[in-house]
Design a protein around this ligand. Sequence first.
Ligand code: GCB
Length: 573
Amino acid sequence: MLRPQESAYRDRRRIEGLWDFSFASPPVFDAEMAVPASYNDVLPGGRDHVGPVWYRKRVVVPRGWVGQRVVLHFESATHRATVWVDGAEVMSHEGGYTPFEAELDVTAGETIEIVVSVDNTLTFTSIPPGVVEQSAAGPRQRYWHDFSNYAGLHRPVWLYATPRECITDVTFSAAADGTLTWDITGGSRMILRNREGRVVASGGAQGTVKVGHVHPWAPGDGYLYELEAQRVEDGEVRDSCRRTVGFRTVTIDGPRFLINGRPFRFRGFGRHEDIPVLGRGHNDAWMLHDFALMDWIGANSFRTSHYPYSEDVLDHADRHGIVVIGETAAVGLNTALAQGTASRERFPTYGTETVNEATREVHAQAIRELVARDRHHPSVVMWSIANEPESETAAAEAYFLPLFALTRELDPDRPVGFANYGAATPDRCRLSRHADVLMLNRYYGWYVHTGDLAAAEQAFEAELRAWAATGKPILISEYGADTLPGLHAVEPTPWTEEYQSAYLEMNHRLFDRIPEVVGEHVWNFADFATTAGITRVGGNRKGVFTRDRQPKAAAHLLRRRWRGDQGSGKASP
Ligand code: GCB
């Protein structure tokens, strides 16, 4: 699927601003809601709402679009949606973080009414999974992941026009040696231009060329070419659209993670799309600010924990040479990890009534849509197909094996992994042997050996050495400590700023002793909203920045480590 875009042959309108809104079903449209935004924190009643909400908007199909193909495109609707235009159902979509669209049967110049129901319910056949329980206050959503179940229209909605006969897809792969292989559906000509606009290659609807003197995309050097696809009929161009191209190659060589043949060391964060009031709603100003802070601190990479992020984020990473690990929304496939809900009924994770074959098909579709959307981003160097699943059982292996195979079949060019959780140690985990990179989420000194950093260091070292013996690269995909800004102590104790710094220093000492460790992603870039619970004080406070993006003391420590020059110059890639 192509992103809506403008060209001499295409036009688009962003349907943003205020939409009519209703919590009630059937809808009464007695409120308004901003798009894009999560609805949860905007209006009272949003935070604990379970079930569908309704959006409505009337828009004019521009008169100039006469004779064109008109498409309605949603960049996401969390977690599922059904869409009607003038009372007729036009599409529905499962999964909260990938785009979907439908061609409309409308007349240029007329006003159409778009109604969308967006449902945030999590079940054992959704990704992520959850269950709805009845309480005195009504239905309550329960799930096994540690962030707010933000929902709604988080990203732009577009109405766009193309010629009736048009290009419908452009796919390619581009390696660091300049090899470009492409396939244009519905088009006939490919033109590749460098950043200066000079044509460096061209060809037909499909093909392979080798671009001479290629300038590869690399960490810290977001050099992009532009691929123009054209549809030519009777010698005339009838449609044209573009994708950016970064030439780069990712390989795993024993315990080394190589980008363009050079060892890459990940420095950065697990993050969330999470900002005050807007929740998971995309906002360009916050996005730029977050990237500026990552640059300030010297981060060269991040993981899209725990779901695919807005494509604007990936475009920015492409342009600036930031390395990304793309993750599906398969988080909480582990009912032992009941954040704040441990006292309630315990479900087996995998079973006919819980995570089962139907769940796996929804998960597989989430992987297909993630890879289809993001495989053209050079910034994305690896797929994480799940976060902290139960991975130490035979049932886990049976569930995941086909998903590893599917991901590799869809994209043979990127390594595949998943974020492993603390109880799935080297002797117990049954999935790590299927991963190309070991991604470890570890909290020695926080959830275990709390407050005892010496014991934590010893225990963590023993575990890391056992993982290192497998010969695979190790990325510490999470390590962190909750910290209340402004809380201080001479003797570092948990929750103080001193403890967060001492905790990070201990981890870094250890990572630097183990050559198989190829990177460190601190949990988390910033504090973020979670469900209420006795281990959460106004959300998860493991941020290096507060939720409004002020640095805690640890931010300065990381900046010294990652910029390697006391913070005065540019980080090396
Ligand atoms: C984890 C999870 C992450 C949590 C974090 C924590 O392992 O992957 O989603 O927020 O731990 O802070 O407990």
